[in-house]
Design a protein around this ligand. Structure first.
Ligand code: ADP
Length: 402
C-alpha cells in the first residue's frame, strides 16, 4: 500500500507518493501555474531497479480539480499507482490550525468546517489547502485523509510566550496571538537530531533554525515547542527572502501618514519587497553570498543582517531554555550555506557554542552533519528537513498503518 502527500498552494500542487510502511519515496511531482494560461506538470518516479523516470507535461490547468486529475494521470502513466485501491491514505499539508488543532487529524466534515473558519487567520494559504482537500475527498471518497498543520507543533508554547502585549480583548475576540509556523519541519529535525545524538528527545533542549525563503527559529524543550520566532503570521521574527521579520510596527503608521500608503501597499511592502530583497534587491542567498564575496556592499549588509538576527534569536532561546544541548540548521540556506552558519554562530564561544570551521565548510554531504568543535558544550548539527516525509509519517500514525 501507498501514502500520497499533497501540498496544495494557491497556484501549485506538490505531491509525493510513499511506500507503506517503510516510507521510501516512490514518486514526487508538481503541477504548477494552476489557473494561468500556461501550465506545467512534472512527476519523477523512483523505480528501484531502473533509476529515475521523469514525465513532463505542458498543458493548461484551469483549477485544482484538473490539477488533481492530472496528478492521478501522471501517477498512473508513470506506473507507480495503478489505481486508488493501492492508496492506504492521503496526507494534506494545512498551514493554519489555529488553537483547534494541536495534532494531525483524520479529515471529516467537522474538520473541513474548522479549517474554513480559520481562513481569516491564513487568507492566502488555508483556502488553497482546503481546495486540495475537497477535490481529493470528492475524487477518492473512500480513502482516509489526514490534515497535518504547520502550526500544530507550536501549540505547546506557554501563554507568556504566545501572547502579545496588546489589549487582551483582541485575543478573546479576534484570536490575536502568536501561532508559529514551519512546525512540521521544526518537529521533524529536532526528532532526527535526538536520534542522531542517541538521546531521548524528552531529555534534550534544542534550538532549531529553519532557514529557507521563509525562515524561523524554535526553542524546543523535551520535544515540545516553547517559543518560536514567527507569530500571528509568518512575517514576524527572522529576516527572510522577501519578508522583513521583526521591525517597529510604528513605521507602518509613519508611512501611512507621511506617504499615504494604504493597507494593501504596506502589506505588500513588508511581505513581498522587504527582507533580503528589500536590503539588497536580491532574495536568493546563493546570489547574495557571491555578490558579498565580490565586495558588493548591500549584499554584504543583507548577509550580515540576516546572520545577526539569527544570532540574536539563538541568544534569546539560550536564555529561554537555560541550557542548550543542540542547535540544528535546516532549510535551503541552513543546509547549504556554510557562510551563514559560521556568521550566525560567530562570537558565541562564551556561551558554549563553538563551530568547527573545517567541518562546517565540508559541502555537498548528504544526510546529517556535525559541525561543532570538539570542546563545544552545545552540539551543532545540519539536519536536512523533509516535511513531506513527516506528513506521511503522521498520516500513517493517525490511520494506524504500518
Ligand atoms: P522554501 O522556503 O521556499 O522551501 P528553501 O528551503 O528551498 O525555500 O530555501 C531556499 C533558499 O535556500 C534560497 O535563498 C536559496 O538561495 C538558498 N540556497 C539553496 N542552496 C544554497 C547554497 N548552496 N548556498 C546558499 N544558499 C542556498
Amino acid at each position: 500500500m501507498k501514502i500520497l502527500v499533497i501540498n496544495s498552494g494557491s497556484s501549485s500542487l506538490k505531491f509525493q507518493l510513499f511506500a507503506v510502511p517503510d516510507l521510501s519515496v516512490i514518486a514526487s511531482g508538481l503541477v504548477e501555474e494552476i489557473g494561468e494560461k500556461q501550465g506545467a506538470a512534472q512527476i519523477t518516479a523512483f523505480v528501484s531497479d531502473h533509476g529515475e523516470n521523469t514525465l513532463k507535461r505542458n498543458e493548461q490547468v484551469s483549477d485544482h480539480r484538473q490539477a488533481i486529475e492530472l496528478m492521478s494521470q501522471l501517477l498512473r502513466e508513470s506506473g507507480v499507482l495503478a489505481g486508488s485501491s493501492q492508496l492506504a491514505a492521503i496526507g494534506h499539508r494545512v498551514v493554519h490550525g489555529g488553537e483547534e488543532f494541536y495534532e494531525p487529524v483524520r479529515i471529516d466534515k467537522a474538520v473541513i468546517d474548522a479549517i474554513e473558519r480559520l481562513v481569516p487567520l491564513a487568507p492566502l494559504h488555508n483556502p488553497a489547502n482546503l481546495t486540495g482537500i475537497r477535490v481529493a475527498m470528492e475524487h477518492v471518497p473512500d480513502i482516509p485523509q489526514v490534515a497535518v498543520f504547520d502550526t500544530a507543533f507550536h501549540q505547546t508554547m506557554p501563554e507568556h510566550s504566545y501572547m502579545y502585549a496588546l489589549p487582551h480583548e483582541l485575543y478573546d475576540t479576534m484570536y490575536v496571538r502568536r501561532y508559529g509556523f514551519h512546525g512540521t519541519s521544526h518537529g521533524y529535525v529536532a526528532a532526527r537530531a535526538a536520534e542522531h545524538l542517541g538521546r531521548h528527545i524528552e531529555e534534550l533542549k534544542i534550538i532549531t533554525l529553519h532557514l529557507g525563503n521563509g525562515a524561523s527559529a524554535a526553542a524546543i524543550s523535551g520535544g515540545r515547542s516553547v517559543d518560536t520566532s514567527m507569530g500571528f503570521t509568518p512575517l514576524e521574527g527572522l529576516i527572510m527572502g522577501t519578508r522583513s521579520g521583526d521591525f517597529d510596527p510604528a513605521i507602518l503608521f509613519y508611512l501611512g501618514r507621511e506617504r499615504g500608503m494604504d493597507m494593501d501597499a504596506l502589506d505588500r511592502m513588508v511581505n513581498k519587497d522587504s527582507g533580503l530583497k528589500g536590503i539588497c534587491g536580491e532574495n536568493d542567498m546563493r546570489t547574495i553570498t557571491e555578490a558579498a564575496a565580490r565586495g558588493d556592499k548591500l549584499a554584504g549588509l543583507a548577509l550580515d543582517m540576516f546572520c545577526y538576527r539569527i544570532k540574536k534569536y539563538i541568544g534569546a532561546y539560550m536564555a529561554v531554555l537555560g541550557t542548550v544541548d543542540c542547535i540544528v540548521f535546516t532549510g535551503g540556506i541552513g543546509e547549504n550555506s556554510a557562510v551563514v552558519r559560521e556568521k550566525a554562530c560567530e562570537g558565541l564561544a562564551g556561551l558554549g557554542v563553538c563551530l568547527d570551521a573545517a567541518k562546517n565548510s565540508r559541502s555537498g554531504k548528504k544526510g546529517i552533519m556535525e559541525i561543532h568543535a570538539d570542546g563545544s558544550t552545545t552540539r551543532i548539527l545540519v539536519v536536512p528537513t523533509d516535511e513531506e516525509l513527516e506528513i506521511a509519517r503522521q498520516t500513517m500514525a493517525v490511520c494506524g498503518l504500518g
